[in-house]
Design a protein around this ligand. Sequence first.
Ligand SMILES: Nc1ncnc2c1ncn2[C@@H]1O[C@H](COP(=O)(O)OP(=O)(O)O)[C@@H](O)[C@H]1O
Ligand SMILES: [Mg+2]
Length: 585
Amino acid sequence: MEKREKRQKQKETFKKVLRYIKKYWFYLILSILLAVITVVLTLYIPILIGDAVDEIVGAGHVDFAAIFVILKRMAVVILATAAAQWVMNLCNNKMTYGVVQDIRNEAFQKIESLPISYLDAHSHGDMVSRIIADVDQFADGLLMGFTQFFTGVMTIVGTLLFMLSVNAGITLVVVGITPLSFVVAGFIAKRTFSMFQLQSETRGEQTSLVDEMVGNQKIVQAFGHEKEALERFDEINGRLEKASLRAIFYSSTTNPSTRFINSLVYAGVGVTGALFAIQGRLSVGQLTCFLNYANQYTKPFNEISGVVTELQNALACAARIFELIEEEPEKPDAKDAVVLNEVDGSVAMQHVYFSYLPEQKLIEDFNLKVLPGQRVAIVGPTGCGKTTMINLLMRFYDTDSGEIDVSGHPITEITRDSLRASYGMVLQETWLKHATIRENIAMGKPEATKEEIIEAAKASHAHGFIKRLPEGYDTILGEDGGSLSQGQKQLLCIARVMLCLPPMLILDEATSSIDTRTELKIQNAFAKMMEGRTSFIVAHRLSTIQEADVILVMKDGKIIEKGNHEELLAAGGFYATLYQSQFAV
Ligand SMILES: Nc1ncnc2c1ncn2[C@@H]1O[C@H](COP(=O)(O)OP(=O)(O)O)[C@@H](O)[C@H]1O
Ligand SMILES: [Mg+2]
């Protein structure tokens, strides 16, 4: 049952692959044609050799003129074969890399259109490996399939036909002995496969250990965990050695044993052929031709068995990519969705319910009315749903029920792009691209002038450290900010928002990695920026939110207190306790 399902899945994947190949039908047909030509030409050469031998046999009987003609013909055939093979390979490569490019493009586009919930719930490493490693493996398999599978099958069929046309008896000998080769190869392959599987599993284990250790070396050292890590590594390394040796031992017997069988075939043809030749039923030239065929015949069998595993592997990889490509994309904007141009800055949340997992209730009956230009601070213990609320405002997630309005429009009736563009967002996690500092700051406003960029950097107090970099604003940042400190990265993200100045602001622990002194300075910049802009500020340090118009105190997805700093202190509730604990000396 399980096996049948697997087959079924392989078949479906194969069909999908065919759909991608269809676009390149011209190359496919050309490639198959060229494969046929190559095979026929290759099979013709032994016949020519046989003919030549027949012109040589016997002392003083050599017909040089005839041999010369054959030689010339042979040269032409060999050249033609080489040319056909070359063009065929070009076609195959063109097809494979075309398909690979199409698939990668589609997968990448899919990632851009996936809902945030998918990205949150799946390992990023896994997605990367699907788009990079799996597609590569798939390409290898596909290319091998194109180049070796067709020619292999055709060589087998062609050789059989050519042999039958010369002598049926010897052909029977060849066909009779070959199955032995499969039995032996299959037996060894089964053994070897499980060994290789064990080897690659162990290697995977080792990789993840190294990854874990390198990534967290500081923590490993801080907790004095080096010895345990080394022991674990040694143990895995030992197992890997054993598994590798065994895998290599078994697999290294494949070649000698198949060669042995091939030699058996060769000897069988030699002996029967010699007997036929003595009886005069076969010329020496024809025997030579047969010996060549016997050699040629067994080779594709070995190749094909390799190709089949490779193809199965490729299909498995393709299935993983298709899984990603076929993932449900984010629900598109409603057809009549409005583009938010004039944002007055009013936000209202009415009876909003939301949870990431149906069985884990989070936000329940959340109500909030924010007037244009109001500063809303959100505080509460970790995990109480502050970021979740921001996710809902930005429509990274849709509410389960209830409504959120921005500027009087329900956000489900606004295009996502225009909704998100009306917020400037700075988060605790920073995102910088591999580009210059200037480009990173100007991300939301690529047409910004140099002066504007410097202005924004000054406002966010990033100008100081940027100036001290050897290349200043033209410094190229590495992946994710490279060697900048977390705080510096955050300053750059703040500068980015300062440059765009969208009508509303969201700061989710935006200053969490910045030292208190710089934070105080940025506070001023933020204060200026927030003037007349509706802002949502999530912060741990209560000092940064005292000036807010409304402070929401959240707990378990609900608002438990609401008011400004003085009111909340006077109320003597959760906020007052929190405040006193932070400022108690
Ligand atoms: N993508 C997610 N999938 C499932 N649960 C999540 C997800 N993101 C956050 N949560 C859970 O929702 C709760 C609220 O998280 P969050 O809003 O990030 O808290 P915080 O107030 O610290 O910002 C937490 O219990 C968290 O574990
Ligand atoms: Mg948070």
